[in-house]
Design a protein around this ligand. Structure first.
Ligand SMILES: *[C@@H]1O[C@H](CO)[C@@H](O)[C@H](O)[C@H]1NC(C)=O
Length: 140
C-alpha cells in the first residue's frame, strides 16, 4: 500500500518536472526575448519621425511577414544610428531585435503561395504594438 503511494507520488512529481522544467524550444525562446526587448524599448522611439510599413499578417505566411518586419527594423536601425536623442542602449536593443528576427526566420519554414506582404505605413508605437501581437500569436 505504502509502496504504491510512494510510487504514484513519484510519478506525479516526474510529470510535474517535465511539464514545468522542460526547456523552451529555440523558437519560443527567441520569441520571448523579442517580445521582452520590444517592451523594454518603452517610449524611447516615440520621438522618431518615421513611418514604418506594417504588414497585415496571415497565419500561414509568418515567414514572409517576418521578412517584411525585418526590412522595416533595418530601416529603423539606420535612422536611429546617428540620432543624438536616442540612447546607445536603445540602439543596441534595436540591433538585438533585428538579429533575433533574423534568427527566427531561420527557425521556421517559409510558407508556400505567400505573396509579398501588403503593408500600411504606421508610426513606431503602432508598429511595435502590431509586431508584438504578431510575435505573441506565433508563441501559441
Ligand atoms: C530604452 O529607453 C527607455 C526609455 O524610454 C528605457 O525605459 C529602456 O529601458 C531603454 N533600454 C532598452 C534596452 O531598451
Amino acid at each position: 500500500m505504502c509502496k504504491v503511494l510512494i510510487f504514484s507520488c513519484l510519478s506525479v512529481l516526474m510529470l510535474m518536472t517535465t511539464a514545468c522544467g522542460a526547456p523552451l524550444s529555440e523558437k519560443d525562446d527567441t520569441l520571448t526575448t523579442l517580445i521582452k526587448d520590444l517592451e523594454n524599448l518603452g517610449t524611447s522611439m516615440n520621438e522618431i519621425n518615421l513611418e514604418l510599413y506594417t504588414p497585415n499578417d496571415k497565419k500561414e505566411c509568418s515567414w514572409q511577414t517576418l521578412q517584411c518586419y525585418l526590412k522595416e527594423i533595418v530601416t529603423l536601425e539606420k535612422e536611429i544610428e546617428d540620432e543624438d536623442e536616442i540612447e546607445d542602449e536603445n540602439v543596441s536593443s534595436v540591433r538585438n531585435i533585428k538579429m533575433n528576427l533574423q534568427k527566427l526566420t531561420d527557425l521556421i519554414p517559409p510558407g508556400t503561395g505567400c505573396s509579398i506582404c501588403e503593408a500600411n505605413a504606421k508610426n513606431f508605437p503602432e508598429f511595435r504594438r502590431e509586431l508584438t501581437n504578431f510575435l505573441r500569436s506565433m508563441l501559441k
